[in-house]
Design a protein around this ligand. Structure first.
Ligand code: SF4
Length: 534
């Protein structure tokens, strides 16, 4: 059998290709980006005609994947955990429409917030949508979760959520591959009204979804992702979810002396949980993310049984788990490696030398120096680093697209000037609708679109905005004279300041497009050009 060394993200991608995937839809977001990138690079995916272009945002990705499922094909939407907030409308309603061809949504969570605004746990969304969930414990399971998940999706006619966390997404392990399966043929749903969520149909579909819950749970009791292993020492039982099971076993290389319930499929297997609770004096719950299962098992009153976990402080309430945290929770000695070498210093994030955003912020800061601070609403991308020294250029960063809407709200409150700073990719992701709101009310805001012609922060994926920004802004209703394009370079500093100043004092919606390619993608394209010329 073929074996490959794969990241968790890559195992998901390869697993999906081998399971007969017809299309992946995604917006880049750490730690999920590599799933789609792998499929884009895969020769097998190309030969099979698997669709893999980037979407404008996670909601459009979710909806396109649902459309492909409608046509009977196996489809996947991938995103980071906060992306699932953006996709939530389509995601929850997909639970009600159900799926035709297998439909998997992969949400990559980021406990400890390595590169995210929060550490929300996507399992709550799966429960909210009332759909089955798979949480692989390692790369092999991540690979297997795809064929299993597509089969499960088609068996019950429902979307399936696959939840992973950063550590699994971004670490490598050997993975055994199976024989690839062909893609599904194009087949429309038998029920022509299944996907029409008019209230009368939605009510019927919702009843049908509720009716499937017992089947989901029964499947979970038999699932290869859930297992109960006996142990001689019943003073403690351990429930370990997803990658937490790996961390547990790293502490017990020769086998765990306690009974262990490994959970990797939800709804959680009630009978298996009952068995471990009955067999052991107390139970420790290990889950990476929120106390999702712990809260369900404790219930509201929290008094009948000794349950250890994140809620009683046995495991820290926040942050990702690791083998040492698990060792501490078990009262074991923590094994520490060699001390960190002196040469290893913390490296705070910063804009790359020569980054175009540096010149944009220098000009903006100098213009704003004459005014009171506290007026720059920013967004999510490399330019968010403008919040740090030496720029201290932005005052807010909340979610994708919030720069424009927050600037509008502040302008509505009478704040002057109200400036939004947003990247080109973020603008097409979630900024355009906010701009339309501002245009409808002619709110006096200045939107600076820092256009580095790529999705820089996640590694240079194609931006949906490329070559279209001026047309989009004018099309939405920004007066043509107030869509200004500048090149953020030192030599243009004075001219760019003048443009910023003029637009700040314009009493309506103005847009300044600060256009210069990201230094990193520029380097790569030059290198490729050179190689092509050889
Ligand atoms: S990756 Fe590109 S946009 Fe991001 S900081 Fe570096 S040069 Fe700037």
């Amino acid at each position: 059998m073929k074996r490959m060394l794969l990241l968790g993200d890559e195992a998901i991608a390869q697993g999906a290709i081998d399971a007969g995937l017809s299309g992946v839809y995604a917006y880049p977001g750490t730690p999920s980006t590599e799933i789609t990138e792998y499929i884009q690079r895969s020769k097998a995916a190309r030969e099979r005609g698997v669709h893999s272009d980037w979407s404008a945002n996670e909601k459009t990705a979710m909806e396109a994947a649902l459309g492909m499922s409608y046509a009977g094909k196996r489809a996947m939407a991938c995103m980071k955990h906060v992306g699932l907030n953006v996709a939530a409308d389509g995601f929850i309603n997909a639970g009600i429409t159900g799926a035709n061809g297998g439909l998997i949504v992969v949400a990559a969570d980021d406990p400890s917030m390595h590169s995210s605004q929060n550490e929300q746990d996507s399992r709550f969304y799966g429960k909210f949508a009332l759909i089955p969930m798979i949480e692989p414990a390692d790369q092999q399971e991540a690979y297997h979760a795809m064929s299993y998940g597509f089969d499960l999706s088609e068996k019950f006619g429902t979307p399936v959520l696959v939840r992973i966390t950063t550590r699994l997404a971004h670490s490598r392990s050997g993975v055994e591959l199976r024989e690839p399966r062909d893609a599904n043929a194009l087949t429309l749903p038998q029920d022509k009204r299944q996907f029409v969520l008019l209230p009368s149909i939605a009510r019927r579909n919702y009843q049908s979804l509720l009716g499937k819950q017992a089947g989901f749970e029964e499947d979970s009791e038999q699932s290869p992702f859930n297992s109960y292993t006996e142990g001689p020492d019943r003073t403690l039982g351990i429930i370990a979810c997803g990658i937490a099971h790996n961390y547990l076993m790293e502490n017990f290389q020769d086998g765990c002396p306690h009974p262990v319930l490994k959970i990797g499929q939800y709804p959680a297997p009630r009978n298996m949980i009952r068995t471990i609770l009955k067999s052991c004096d107390k139970v420790l719950i290990l889950e990476d993310g929120a106390p999702f299962l712990e809260e369900q098992i404790r219930g509201l009153l929290d008094e009948s049984y000794a349950i250890l976990g994140r809620l009683d402080g046995t495991v820290p309430r926040a942050g990702e788990l690791n083998p040492n945290i698990v060792a501490t929770a078990l009262g074991r000695t923590v094994e520490t490696g060699k001390p960190k070498a002196e040469i290893v210093k913390p490296r705070p994030p910063e804009l790359c030398p020569g980054c175009p955003h540096i010149d944009s912020y220098n000009a903006l800061n100098e213009v704003l120096r004459e005014l009171e601070p506290g007026r720059v609403f920013s967004d999510i991308g490399c330019y968010t680093l403008g919040a740090l020294e030496p720029f201290n250029a932005i005052n807010t960063c909340v979610d994708m697209g919030a720069s424009i809407t927050m600037a509008k709200g502040a302008a509505d409150a009478g704040l002057f000037p109200a400036v939004a700073v947003i990247g080109d990719s973020t603008f097409t992701h979630s900024g355009m609708t906010g701009l339309l709101d501002a245009i409808i009310e002619n709110s006096p805001i200045t939107v600076m679109i820092v256009d580095n012609e790529t999705t820089g922060m996640t590694g240079g994926q194609t931006s949906s905005a490329r070559g279209k920004l001026e047309d989009i802004c004018i099309g939405l209703g920004v007066p043509k004279d107030h869509v200004r394009v500048v090149e953020p370079l030192k030599k243009n500093h004075d001219d760019n300041m003048r443009v910023i100043k003029e637009e700040l004092y314009y009493e309506g919606v103005s847009v300044i497009i600060e256009r210069r390619e990201c230094i990193q993608t520029l380097k790569i394209s030059k290198m490729l050009e050179k190689e092509a010329a050889k």
